[in-house]
Design a protein around this ligand. Structure first.
Ligand code: HEC
Ligand code: HEC
Ligand code: HEC
Ligand code: HEC
Ligand code: HEC
Ligand code: HEC
Length: 480
């Protein structure tokens, strides 16, 4: 005979079993997550693939960008992609559709064969490619250290997470069913059994189960919202179109204008600051027609600040001018230059009207948007680099004190036609550099107080002092 206490003991066993199952699956989950070794994949990629495939996985090099490679092969069995990497030519010869297609697209440049790569090694490389492409690699090269590592982004094990939740859900239903059966049997024995047992549907729509489902949905929703929010801020490679086709390659590259001529905040303050139109005017009162775009781009500077390039003077009360009057000023200018430059080539000025119309329309569109209705006023550059509000970053600290080059963090800006975000700006990125970079210890009075470190330097016990050792990994240094 089953007594009530036996039943409750039984349910206890079930709950214990459930929780140990949860523990077990979590272990299994972590194991599966580390089964691919991103770090090993990275090393293999660098040694074998990086010569031809771009490390950013987003742009082409000698070979195609690999970020979308798996998607390109997704119509075929996974083994095909693995075989391609081991011996692409064999696949081409065998007439595999994707192999032939990509081979021809790349003008029949042959990819090296890597016949000795094992399946797990290829899996590691592909995992590294994917996480680099989606910007989700775990704390990049962080090797060891304090719990900081745990906060850096993890590999994407979300599918596994969902699978786990689904399995637990099913298990819960099965257990609930068993419990209800036992309960029923007990009641039958006690003679208090209801006329019929609850059906599965009734059981599934019972309050308890519905509650659990809603709770899980909320937890899951929260999880993915947070996850997306965290990734939202990260946008390595982001290169939005700007209101003016301003080229760093022309200014900082070709004409060798110093970064700090325009970004003069970098040395002195937290922010580098985007230069105001006044700074542009230092040169562009004189350079009023560009060799690339003629009047199309430089006129935008004038229209934002109220410079009349025909009269060569600032317009009085520009802020109060109507759009129609503004339009007249700049149409005149664009048309003058058109006639000056195209006089012989377009004697009847056939295209004059059309050119002026098109240019003015584009200028107006660049200087206005949903919130900025007026042409007058600051040029609204699209911000590219953007840390979340809870993180504190100071340019002067790095540029003036740490003597870190702009390019170390921003990449070869002087070669960029359009600025793109070069670094991930993740916490792992900051922390990593602080672990590896030495501060200008001896030269800086600020560090006089670190007596022990100075002693050790003097005695030759250490060669240098890293940012980490002066506290560069302390949470509150970077977080408000
Ligand atoms: C010598 C240059 C070279 C090296 C080294 C190289 N590849 Fe390639 N790879 C190419 C070229 C070129 C293509 C384009 C197809 C072709 O022309 O054969 C390609 C194509 C691919 C493709 C197919 C992409 C698609 O969209 O279908 C994958 C996947 C790939 N490579 C992976 C790798 C991996 C992984 C490594 C390192 C283990 C590697 N490649 C090393 C040159 C190279
Ligand atoms: C002639 C002025 C000028 C010079 C010189 C100049 N910049 Fe800029 N920079 C700008 C302007 C204007 C923008 C905003 C438009 C854009 O993003 O292209 C900008 C944007 C940037 C941005 C992106 C800011 C954001 O929104 O996150 C970075 C980074 C940057 N510059 C770095 C540099 C570096 C590094 C150099 C030197 C190699 C340099 N700049 C030289 C004018 C200049
Ligand atoms: C120190 C001088 C200097 C400053 C400051 C400067 N520029 Fe220039 N800019 C030049 C030179 C030189 C050229 C090349 C002119 C040419 O193409 O003939 C140029 C070219 C350009 C062009 C391309 C024009 C074309 O049609 O080819 C644009 C657009 C431009 N500048 C925008 C800006 C903006 C916006 C600023 C302010 C953020 C700025 N410039 C600040 C010197 C400067
Ligand atoms: C140690 C890395 C590092 C160095 C060195 C560095 N920057 Fe930055 N830069 C950043 C980060 C991080 C941001 C984003 C800051 C934010 O969102 O608060 C940024 C943002 C910017 C911006 C956008 C406007 C702003 O101030 O937020 C400009 C422009 C810029 N940097 C220019 C420069 C120039 C020019 C230099 C060299 C004189 C330089 N940076 C050196 C990391 C660096
Ligand atoms: C390329 C290397 C590099 C990167 C990337 C970098 N830093 Fe630094 N950071 C330094 C150096 C070098 C110093 C030391 C400057 C000095 O001598 O005081 C420093 C110092 C600091 C300090 C002052 C630490 C102290 O103990 O006084 C803070 C705060 C800081 N960095 C924040 C950040 C943040 C936030 C990021 C990422 C957004 C970042 N750093 C990225 C190199 C870097
Ligand atoms: C050198 C600077 C630096 C230090 C030191 C630092 N953080 Fe961060 N942390 C950042 C930056 C920058 C971000 C924003 C990363 C992003 O937007 O991807 C961040 C993000 C975070 C986040 C949000 C989650 C995420 O990945 O975006 C948490 C939580 C966090 N840090 C906690 C900590 C704790 C706890 C410590 C101390 C153990 C710490 N941080 C030390 C720079 C730092």
């Amino acid at each position: 005979m089953i007594s009530r206490s036996a039943l409750s003991r039984l349910s206890l066993v079930f709950i214990l079993a459930l929780s140990s199952f949860t523990g077990f699956s979590q272990e299994a989950a972590t194991e599966a997550a580390v089964a691919v070794d991103i770090e090993a994949g990275k090393t293999l990629f660098k040694n074998l693939c990086a010569a031809c495939h771009n490390r950013d996985m987003k742009s082409d090099l000698t070979g195609p960008a690999l970020g979308v490679a798996e998607a390109n092969w997704s119509a075929f069995p996974q083994a095909d992609l693995y075989n391609w990497i081991r011996n692409s030519q064999a696949m081409v010869k065998a007439g595999h559709p994707r192999a032939v297609e990509v081979y021809n697209q790349w003008k029949q440049v042959q990819m090296t064969a890597f016949t000795s790569l094992t399946d797990p090694e290829i899996a590691n490389i592909l995992a590294y490619i994917n996480c680099t492409y989606t910007n989700t690699c775990p704390g990049s090269a962080i090797v060891s250290g304090p719990p900081v590592d745990d906060l850096t982004p993890k590999t994407n094990n979300r599918p596994l997470f969902f699978l786990l939740v689904a399995m637990l859900g099913i298990l819960a239903i099965v257990l609930a069913r068993i419990l209800s059966n036992l309960d029923y049997m007990l009641k039958v024995q006690e003679g208090t059994a209801p006329a019929r047992r609850k059906t599965l549907v009734e059981l599934l729509t019972s309050r308890g189960v519905v509650g659990v489902v809603i709770f899980s949905l909320i937890v899951l929703g929260g999880y993915s919202t947070v996850n997306n929010a965290v990734n939202l801020g990260r946008q390595q490679g982001y290169a939005p179109e700007q209101p003016i086709k301003f080229s760093h390659a022309t200014h900082a590259g070709l004409h060798k204008i110093d970064c700090q001529y325009c970004h003069d905040g970098a040395r002195r303050s937290k922010q580098s600051v985007i230069p105001a139109a006044n700074t542009c005017m230092n040169c562009h009162t004189a350079i009023d027609v560009g060799s690339q775009y003629g009047t199309a781009e430089i006129t935008k500077i004038y229209a934002s600040i109220g410079w009349d390039p025909v009269e060569k003077q600032y317009i009085e009360n520009y802020d109060d001018m109507t759009e129609a009057d503004i339009e007249k000023v700049y149409r005149k200018w664009i048309s003058n230059i058109y006639v000056r430059d195209m006089g012989d080539k377009d004697p009847k000025n056939d295209k004059l009207e059309k050119t002026v119309n098109e240019q003015w329309k584009a200028i107006k569109a660049s200087l206005t948007n949903e919130t900025k209705k007026k042409i007058q006023g600051p040029i609204e550059w699209v911000r590219i680099h953007n840390l979340p509000d809870h993180a504190y970053f100071n340019h002067a600290q790095h540029v003036a004190v740490g003597k870190v080059e702009c390019q170390t963090c921003h990449g070869p800006v002087e070669a960029m036609e359009v600025v793109a975000q070069h670094s991930p700006l993740s916490m792992g990125w900051c922390v990593n550099c602080h672990r590896q970079t030495e501060v200008k210890f001896a030269e800086n009075e600020y560090y006089q107080s670190y007596e022990r470190l100075h002693e050790e330097l003097k005695k030759g016990e250490r060669k240098g002092v890293t940012v980490e050792e002066i506290g560069g990994l302390e949470c509150q240094k970077c977080h408000y």
